[in-house]
Design a protein around this ligand. Structure first.
Ligand code: NBP
Length: 488
């Protein structure tokens, strides 16, 4: 063994890997660093200089040899086949009791598979969700580890040191076996999609309906971020509106093409929710809107072909501001702020309900209070609301849905009219606010004493003899709808 006895090895020195290496080194850990392309390792090594406890390695064998036992290797490469490729190279040079950690955004089914196959070889495998982007990786991310509990102790020290800290607590804790960590990270990203759509809707209302300038938008979002909407995403939104474009001198946001990209985790969240039969429409609509935003050719012609009758819709949206008094405009901004707050809580509620169902189905044994705690700092969906969510789960660990918490239910119910007014502002101006609309529809459906799904059951029975239950009698029923007879 190399006398340096490194504490951990990191494979993959891309955006996340290199920043995590530096974060670990800052906390006193000796790190072996390897990248498939040697030039990247060389460049990284020359950038950081010799003072840090980072050892550049030019082969996986060399990296593994340099590690203390049990050897810990963190893989930070692109999700999918590259992770399998790295594991395949590591397995022959690792031994029983060693630990592989996959810190990428791997699909949870892949993590389940890898964990089983490596366990058979005596190697402990952790799927580690990491959130916080480049800056978080460098200064303190939110970490979501899942894997064999008995092996977690060998990682705890490093993870707790490098993670973000809130109120003196590290934003990391053991979450559960198998792919628990990657599952939680997937749903985190789904919630992130939902939040970004809601914030985008609020932007559309403030800009297109109320006519706020980018300077005003920067000020409004900064004000929101300083109060109950305090959150990473609202905070960066304020900064974005303040950023000038070097080329044009105008606002940078105005020259950014509105085609939203995605890497798949939002879609996976929606698909997984569907598999579990859990409603997650705020995430579904966010994924759908990114898909719609890239229908470039169709969106060129649709504005003309689908122009509404002017007498039916007030589409001269920006003109509205001139007829509104300043007080009314401020009031409308308040409605949008409250609608956004309610939308964020509703989206969190869907995400946590999804995690509860997944935990039961996949035996993760997730403690949702822990998830809320880990998300309070370092991650993209961190917000002041998570403090209330943590308290909600402390108050009632078995809470089936956050919308049934005494405090959060009041917070949302009292803002139902703001959601409705925000939707109305969008509808009457012809401005799409799909995230806010979905939040309102979900809330109204969730709180409804009666849903029209009795009709759906009747239709299913009519065309497919799928049977139905009755409100007044136990049993399963089928009706011969054309003949008139009923059978139980
Ligand atoms: P980058 O795109 O910056 O780097 C990708 C790394 O993967 C490079 O080191 C590359 O090596 C390596 N790699 C690839 Br691609 N194929 C490989 C293979 N077959 N064998 C070995 N190495 C291979 O990625 P990143 O942004 O650092 O993300 C890494 C992981 O972390 C991803 O799963 C990502 O989804 C996740 N993540 C990213 C963020 C973020 O904000 N960027 C946040 C949270 C999680 P090379 O230099 O030889 O090509």
């Amino acid at each position: 063994m190399d006398p340096s006895g490194n504490d951990i090895g990191v494979v993959g020195l891309g955006v996340m890997g290199r920043n995590l290496v530096l974060n670990m080194a800052d906390h006193g850990f000796a790190v072996a660093a390897y990248n498939r392309t040697d030039a990247v390792t060389r460049e990284f090594s020359s950038e950081i200089g010799p003072a840090r406890r980072v050892q550049p390695c030019y082969s996986l064998g060399h990296l593994v040899e340099s590690l203390e036992e049990p050897r810990r290797v963190l893989i930070m490469v692109k999700a999918g086949a590259p992770v399998d490729a790295v594991i395949a190279e590591l397995v022959p040079v690792l031994g029983r009791g060693d630990v592989i950690i996959d810190g990428g955004n791997s699909y949870f089914q892949d993590t389940q598979r890898r964990g089983k196959s490596l366990a058979a070889k005596g190697i402990h495998f952790f799927g580690l969700g990491i959130s916080g982007g480049e800056y978080g990786a460098r200064t303190g991310p939110s970490l979501m580890p899942g894997g064999p509990k008995h092996a977690y102790e060998s990682l705890r020290g490093i993870l707790e040191a490098v993670a973000a800290h809130v109120d003196g607590e590290p934003c990391v804790t053991y979450l559960g076996p198998g792919a628990a960590g990657h599952y939680v990270k997937m749903v985190h990203n789904g919630i992130e999609y939902g939040f970004m759509q809601l914030i985008a809707d609020s932007y559309a209302l403030l800009k297109q309906v109320l006519g706020l300038s980018n300077e005003e938008l920067a000020a409004v979002y900064a004000e929101w971020d300083a109060a109950e909407l305090e959150s990473y995403l609202v905070g960066i939104t304020a900064h974005i509106f303040g950023r000038r474009d070097e080329k044009t001198g105008g606002s940078l946001v105005d020259v950014i093409l509105g085609e939203a990209g995605q890497l798949g985790t939002g879609m996976w969240t929606s698909q997984s929710a569907m598999d579990l039969h859990v409603p997650g429409p705020s995430i579904d609509i966010a994924v759908a809107m990114r898909n719609l935003s890239v229908l470039d050719d169709q969106r060129q012609v649709a504005p003309t072909m689908l122009r509404p009758e002017p007498d039916l819709h007030d589409i001269a949206a920006p003109a509205r501001q001139s007829t509104d008094g300043a007080a009314s405009r401020l009031q409308k901004i308040e409605h949008v702020r409250n609608a956004l707050y309610a939308g964020l809580v509703i989206t969190y509620a869907q995400g946590f309900a999804h995690l509860r169902a997944a935990s039961e189905s996949l035996d993760f044994g997730l403690r949702l209070e822990d998830v809320a705690s880990v998300w309070r700092g370092g991650c993209i969906i961190r917000s002041a609301i998570l403090r209330d969510i943590k308290v909600a789960f402390q108050r009632r660990p078995g809470l089936p849905d956050l919308l049934l918490d005494t405090q959060l239910s009041r917070a949302v119910a009292s803002r139902r009219s703001d959601l409705a007014l925000a939707v109305k502002m969008g509808v009457s101006a012809g401005v799409a606010v799909p995230g806010i609309m979905t939040a309102l529809a979900y809330l109204d459906a969730y709180r409804a004493e009666w849903l029209p799904s009795n009709l759906i059951q009747a239709q299913r029975d009519y065309f497919g003899a799928h049977t139905y239950k009755r409100t007044d009698q136990e049993g399963i029923f089928h009706t011969d709808w054309l003949g008139g007879g009923e059978e139980s």
